[in-house]
Design a protein around this ligand. Sequence first.
Ligand code: TRH
Length: 379
Amino acid sequence: MRWDIFCSVVDNYGDIGVTWRLARQLAAEHGLAVRLWVDEPAAFARLCPQADAALAQQWLAGVEVCRWTADFPSVAAADVVIEAFACTLPARYVEAMAARVEPPLWLNLEYLSAEDWVPGCHGLPSPQPGGLQKFFFFPGFVPGTGGLLREAGLLERRRQFQADAGARQAFLAGLGVPPVAGAWLISLFAYENPVLGPWLDALAQGAQPVQLLVPRGRIEGDLYRWLGVAAAQAGDCWQRGSLHLHLLPFVSQDDYDRLLWSCDFNAVRGEDSFVRAQWAGRPLLWHIYQQEEGAHWDKLDAFLALYRAALPPLAGEALTAWWHAWNGRGDMAQAWQALCGQAEALAAHAQDWCREQASRPDLATALVQFHRNWLSCAA
Ligand code: TRH
């Protein structure tokens, strides 16, 4: 069975982050011949350092990765075609789909949202010219959605790593992060954020030692402003009061998982790091990708409502205030103080939430099952 996945990198790393994970998992766990078309190989090579951004075609982790150029080659269409996040397929490729004797299953893999309309839209068909039919496939957190990307054995690998203090220390030492007695570890991946300064003030002035681990990225400018430095490089570290800051390289996707597993709290952004932080089983802080007219607030609050449902009220309120402040509504220093008092409840809940989500079918398996059902309906 051949599957083609199309990824157009709009900006950032979420599009390629999700499709690369999905492609690898379909090949490794479902024995499928997967081809991943990417229009920005340089973004891909940052997540997968073994990749050569100059190549038009390469094989990595059992996946054929091809450069998607404006002048799209004439190729046979696959049995299943996934357009990620409504990227427009090349016209020539759509013609090849229509020319097949057996039409392919065409899926639009949608953005992740906890909003309550999602189960009602998951799996809906959308007729296309040329007799083709496209279906909307929605990831999600509740039954009736397509679930979340989760590789087989992921949580067991994570548990083993977290239970092995030596492995964690060796991993962090490889990133230039020495142990600091009694410190909380926090990873920080975020867009530009004007409330970083107030949070760092609170961390520096607090009684609790904190090591903040910052992979290189868009938050660097705000960090430098607060530190009063003009520039820095991966490996640099600073201490301000109780706060130890470490600038890290942008690591491979697999190492980013280990970084999340190593930390007590993880500040994440976008879509993919948001899910990976949930699999880390540790409390998270979400810097959501901002949308026009504030549409991201509905998404943020829909997730919070689900996530905090089983939390004690005080912990739920502290978490909500912290997430709201980080996204521009509220006082970040105050929110952090309130949150510290709920750290234990939040840590226990992060594990419960992870277990509950992992009890559902993962997204790759749900896609394979969707295809099977579609084939049996067509027969
Ligand atoms: O990069 P993002 O901000 O992507 C976003 C979202 O996908 C959003 O939904 C989309 O609309 C917007 O782009 C255009 O955040 P995200 O989704 O977390 O992707 C980051 C990827 O980078 C993820 O796969 C983890 C990976 N990563 C590494 O591999 N190494 C690193 O050091 C870091 C910090 C991240």
